[in-house]
Write a protein that binds this ligand. Structure first.
Ligand SMILES: [Zn+2]
Length: 273
């Protein structure tokens, strides 16, 4: 009898230990998850506030138009030779995020190469006029507005390029044909699946219902969303059509919806909070 009682006590004791642990750990897990969610929210919130403060402190109209001095400017950092074969600059937070993405891609067997980053106003003038002055471009158009529309398929007018912001990068190749090769397809697939985890979003996705206006699709052009989204808000606040001048064909800018259709003609994903 005493032996049976002892066994019964032991069974009850073990039962309470097990159920007690389960309930208590369940409660703890719930609490931990709640805290993690709260913390993540707070981190995101702080991150957003920090980015807004960064923009308000450093970005004015001239910055958005690419009219800045890069030399000895602590905002800019030169991209290491490990990441590019060219002389390329980005703004600090963007390069930090890029380096993390580069390492992750590399460990998955994908080699990313930066082919373009921050561009000064005059650098965009060079790019624009190279296409504008091309005899093959002239042959097709008698009207400057139509000619500008043609160049605008892949080239931004100086003062309207996202490359002026230091938040945008071109990766691996600016030739569509590269992204049709096995290597290019692999790079693009990796970016589509992973870039957003590092803050990067394809700016010019395929044209269609979601993106009816602007440049043709560019699989190589990626924006660092946390800052680029805020740069666009600032751009729309500070820059007007009158600021888009100082290059060949600039009169056409006044006759085209350059800001509403080209500057704003980006993937809607970039504008989502
Ligand atoms: Zn680009």
């Amino acid at each position: 009898m005493t032996k049976n009682l002892l066994i019964l006590f032991c069974v009850i004791f073990v039962f309470f230990i097990i159920t007690g642990c389960r309930f208590s750990s369940g409660k703890d897990i719930g609490k931990t998850e709640e805290n993690v969610e709260k913390d993540t929210f707070e981190i995101k919130d702080t991150f957003e506030i920090k980015n807004e403060a960064w923009i308000n402190e450093h970005v004015d109209k001239n910055f958005l138009l690419g009219k800045v001095k890069r030399k000895d400017n602590p905002l800019f950092v030169q991209v290491d030779k490990e990441h590019t074969e060219r002389n390329i600059y980005l703004i600090h937070p963007v390069y930090e995020a890029y380096k993390k993405m580069y390492e992750a891609a590399l460990s998955d067997g994908v080699k990313l190469v930066v082919t373009s980053g921050h561009r000064l106003f005059w650098e965009q003038v060079y790019e624009w006029e190279l296409r504008w002055n091309n005899p093959r471009t002239d042959r097709h158009f008698s009207d400057d507005v139509e000619k500008a529309r043609f160049v605008l398929q892949y080239r931004s007018m100086p003062g309207t390029s996202r490359h002026h912001w230091g938040t945008d990068i071109d990766l691996n190749s600016i030739n569509e044909s590269y992204f049709e090769t096995e290597k290019g397809k692999k790079v693009y697939k990796w970016l589509k699946e992973n870039a957003a985890s590092y803050g990067f979003v394809q700016s010019y996705t395929s044209k269609g219902e979601k993106r009816p206006f602007g440049y043709e699709e560019e699989k190589w052009h990626w924006s660092y969303k946390p800052l680029a989204r805020l740069m666009l808000v600032k751009y729309l606040e500070l820059v007007s059509l009158n600021d888009i001048q100082g290059f060949k064909g600039d009169a056409a800018a006044q006759k085209l919806p350059i800001i509403s259709e080209w500057v704003c003609g980006i993937s809607p994903e970039i504008n989502e909070k």
